[in-house]
Design a protein around this ligand. Sequence first.
Ligand SMILES: [Fe+2]
Ligand SMILES: [Fe+2]
Length: 276
Amino acid sequence: MEFDRRAFFAGLGGAGAVMAMTHEARADALEDFLMQQLNEDASHRGDGGVAAKKFPTAAEIDARIETQPFRRGLGNLFRASSGNVKHLAPLPAKPTLVDFFKLRFSATSNHVLQSANRAMRTGQSEEVILACLLHDTVQELIKVDHGWWGAQMYEPYVSEKVAFAIRYHQALRFYEDTAHGYVYPDLYRNMFGEDYKPEPYIEATYKMVRNHKWYLEPRMVTVNDLYAFEPGVHPQLEQFTDIIGRHFKQPKEGLGFDNSPVAHMWRSMAMPDHPL
Ligand SMILES: [Fe+2]
Ligand SMILES: [Fe+2]
């Protein structure tokens, strides 16, 4: 990915403002900018896009925690990448998955559409394509442990296999499987630190999933995840209408109003400005 220096500086209020930031705040702003750029376009090669191959250590990443007013696990809907948050368009009374895609998933949709598009082009099953389409969308609500949160949010509406793929892609991301085309991405060396070691619960989950009969489902999510940033590729949600129709059980009352155990998660994304 080309790093658009001018846009980066402009987004933060000009070169003077950027120079006044601490090194850590600047590094974080850069990370946010790059993630945002992935959503907006474009010329990404699948390597995280940072030109310099100098990665922070896990300790350096940890040292940034107290340089920001929010935590890194916060959902996209609850903060602006720069400046202030904006009013959100209201959802229809009985919102569907497509409504959420169009009106709430703006930070994650291009990434997951590219991922599902690649899964479709490479002949993956419809369940894997759907898992790719949904795999990171819960990051609008919360980012930390997003595999587990995402699987929980979708579980009442998708097959067990789709939920399995969403839940466990998070752990598998940290483990290479070159036989299936998954190489550890530089993006994570930047996000977690070059010497980052996954926590024991991630390691244990990986071992369990590696020996599971459905291992390839979450693995294919990671494979399509890694190559999900392609230059000039802008897949449309309509491409997946049939798969959503066949594999997503849309509740007739609308997402958030069906009294399911996860309805509050959908309502929180529908109305993230409610103070309590
Ligand atoms: Fe993910
Ligand atoms: Fe992803």
